[in-house]
Design a protein around this ligand. Structure first.
Ligand code: ADP
Length: 436
């Protein structure tokens, strides 16, 4: 490279030297210099013209040139070749990406900031009925379900529901799960999957549990009725030896009744769309009743139950469901805390959220069990739960009730130290009242 520069400079120097020699021999040094420099400039212009033509015609072959110009041509040629390779690689990658997305069984649609369709794959044609002429059309003009419009216009970064289920616009008997994934600054990827089969199986499971529970209800009521009648006539000498078995039967029958009731409540929570969540619920009054019931449940175990309740704090929700969830947590604290233990119930809010928490000094729960506690029938110690009259469904009910109220459950526990169950409600759930 340095050589070429040296060569170009020495050529310029040669021009001046020749002009000087010619000027010395025949005179007019300045004219000779101008003439030789013009000839040199012409050669430069010719090469510049060739470069320009070469770039415009995009010819692949390298134009012939020597010296500095040869090097310029070669460097541009190398740059072009590298760019061409990179472009080919990128195009290949893009094609491969588009092919794989197109082959995906889920419908994939790229939406811009105005919710207009920019691109979609083959599955979107089959599942959503999109056609080529739909490019640049707002997606809500084609998917006209109110649930979807609601989901689409919600702030993508504060989406509570990560996906929704709606009937397919092509075949309403098919159910689609729609997922909107934000990317870049304002773009969104819509992914739709046919979940009809899963939904059907889920429905069958729900109906089965609800029907079995319902069918068991009447025989259980009859059996419990007879057991109670027999217990009432225990004075009768002939029945005296049945006293113990009858008590056991009554106990088990009541356990079964509790399970059936909890199962029915759970299937109602799962299948019914949340309604009446705008009722004002007087939580302090509900908690005062639950505290009385907890004291009764504790009986002669003498738990110390304390409560710190903000008496002005009411929320919008469903009173029966919230009563059921809160009492499950409080009664669990009584059941799993040894006699004389301490239980603290709190109901308060701060600038971020509202909290219902129950802290106990009970046996605590090992860390590995905590993520699974809200599963149906999951119990750390089955025998112990049964002895306490537990159904194993309490925390599953809590989870569903909280989900319907857009609230979350946090469990913090340490073995042999105690546990704290906290329900966190969004501020939007709270009724605004003036404090006295
Ligand atoms: P159960 O009817 O068995 O109490 P739950 O769903 O209410 O069913 O609770 C599930 C399990 O969680 C219980 O079996 C128990 O092992 C554990 N658990 C719940 N609350 C507490 C608590 N406050 N302290 C210790 N363990 C608890």
């Amino acid at each position: 490279m340095l050589n070429l520069w040296f060569f170009a400079l020495s050529r310029l120097f040669g021009i001046f030297a020749t002009a000087w020699v010619l000027g010395w021999i025949v005179g007019d040094t300045f004219e000779w210099a101008s003439f030789l420099l013009s000839a040199y400039l012409l050669i430069y212009l010719k090469n510049l013209y060739r470069l320009d033509r070469w770039l415009i015609t995009r010819k692949v072959d390298l134009p012939e040139a020597r010296g500095m110009w040869g090097n310029v041509f070669y460097q541009i040629y190398r740059l072009q070749r590298r760019n061409r390779k990179r472009k080919r690689k990128l195009t290949d990658m893009l094609r491969r990406f588009q092919n794989s997305t197109a082959a995906m069984p889920d419908a994939t649609v790229v939406l811009n900031a105005q919710h207009r369709i920019e691109w979609f794959n083959k599955a979107a044609v089959k599942l959503l009925g999109l056609q080529t002429q739909d490019i640049n059309i707002p997606i809500n003009n084609l998917l006209r379900h109110p649930h979807f419009t609601d989901y689409l216009y919600r702030n993508p970064h504060s989406i509570k529901e990560s996906s929704i289920k709606i009937p397919s616009p092509l075949h309403p008997e098919h159910i689609l799960r729609i997922h909107l994934v934000p990317y870049d600054t304002n773009m969104r990827l819509l992914i739709a999957r046919d979940v009809t089969e899963v939904q059907h199986l889920e429905q069958v499971r729900q109906d089965f549990v609800a029907n079995v529970s319902h069918e068991l209800r009447t025989p259980l009521t009859v059996i419990t009725g007879f057991i109670e009648t027999m217990q009432d006539s225990i004075d009768n000498q002939a029945l005296r030896e049945w006293e113990h078995p009858l008590n056991l039967m009554a106990q088990q029958a009541s356990r079964m009744q509790n399970i059936v009731n909890d199962l029915l409540l759970l299937s109602r929570l799962e299948s019914e769309v949340p309604q009446n969540l705008r009722k004002i619920v007087d939580i302090p009054r509900i908690l005062s009743n639950i505290e009385q019931d907890a004291l009764a449940l504790s009986g002669n175990q003498q738990h110390h139950i304390e409560s710190f309740i903000d008496q002005h704090l009411k929320i919008y929700g469903q009173p029966d469901e919230l009563t059921s969830a809160f009492s499950n947590i409080v009664f669990n604290a009584v059941r799993y805390t040894p006699a004389g233990g301490k239980i603290i119930i709190r109901w308060y809010r701060d600038d971020l959220a509202g909290y219902f928490s129950v802290e106990d000094t009970g046996e605590g729960i090992a860390e590995q069990h905590i993520p699974r506690l809200t599963e149906r029938f999951y119990r750390v110690d089955v025998g112990r739960s049964r002895n306490h009259g537990g159904t194993g469904l309490g925390l599953a009910i809590v989870k569903h009730v909280l989900q319907r109220h857009h609230a979350k459950l946090h469990i913090h526990s340490q073995l042999s130290k105690g546990s704290t169950f906290t329900c966190v409600f969004p501020l939007s759930a709270f009724v605004i009242t003036k404090k006295l």
